[in-house]
Design a protein around this ligand. Structure first.
Ligand code: SAH
Length: 231
């Protein structure tokens, strides 16, 4: 959207947010929309391989792993990933990722959580495989607007046949706040993903809070979609 399309948040700025604890996006108790729509994501299946792009230290990764799914995340901040394992008392080990220079993967000793410390743009299906499900919250909306097409094209290459993708976007007046999170309208979701999957808007939720009022906004919605990839 006009006022946001040239805005760039650098990797350095994200690392800075983690260093200074400026992580208002983190939800300590997990996201209510994942609880609510988990069945839509799983669609009766068990033992899925689930991807968390731009994962931060999302606690939902622990939930899904505890349910028997295997979880893969990617995040530029090593601190976020270490905090995740430490805060859940999960033992983990680190390994380099030979295909990506400077990258490492932090894995739970139990083996079902693998978190890549690198930029998502360094990943490919030859490194991480393909996924049965995706939880995209604070991910597409955190991607710089100029990189959205690249992000979505990559995500599509990571989707298994018959996979499902829960996508949470936000809606507010983008002339009043520079983001992130960035406003991604439904029309853009359709043009980004539309040729590759079926898209259904599940719900729009009023999420307006004092934080948003301080940003200068007078409304703030979360919009959740399910994207279904074909057989
Ligand atoms: N999804 C998480 C975090 C949202 S904030 C949640 O809902 O809590 C966005 C996160 O993306 C930040 O932790 C930031 O460090 C990370 N990030 C930003 N650009 C990235 C990139 N190119 N590759 C991987 N992670 C990135």
């Amino acid at each position: 959207i006009g006022s946001q399309k040239d805005r760039v948040v650098t990797e350095e700025e994200w690392l800075q947010k983690w260093e200074t604890g400026n992580i208002g996006f983190h939800k300590e108790h997990g996201h209510p929309l994942l609880q609510k729509y988990l069945d839509v994501l799983l669609n009766g299946r068990s033992g899925l391989k689930i991807f968390f792009p731009l994962c931060g230290k999302a606690v939902e990764m622990k939930w899904l792993a505890d349910m028997g799914h295997s979880v893969v995340g990617v995040e530029v901040s090593e601190q976020a990933l270490k905090d995740f394992f430490t805060e859940h008392n999960l033992p983990y080990f680190e390994e380099p990722v030979p295909e990506i220079s400077g990258a490492k993967v932090l894995q739970s000793t139990s083996g079902n959580i693998s978190l890549y410390c690198c930029s998502i743009y360094d990943l490919s299906s030859s490194i991480v495989g393909k996924f049965d499900g995706v939880w995209d919250r604070g991910a597409l909306v955190a991607v710089n607007p100029r990189d959205r097409q690249r992000y979505v094209s990559l995500m599509i290459t990571l989707m298994e046949k018959k996979s499902s993708y829960l996508l949470v976007t936000v809606s507010y007046d983008p002339s009043k706040h520079k983001g992130p999170p960035f406003y991604v309208p439904e029309s853009e979701i359709k043009s980004l993903f539309g040729n590759h999957c079926e898209i259904k808007c599940l719900q729009k939720v009023d999420d307006f809070s004092e934080k948003h009022r301080q940003w200068g906004l007078d409304y703030f919605l979360e919009v959740i979609y399910i994207l279904k990839f074909a057989a």
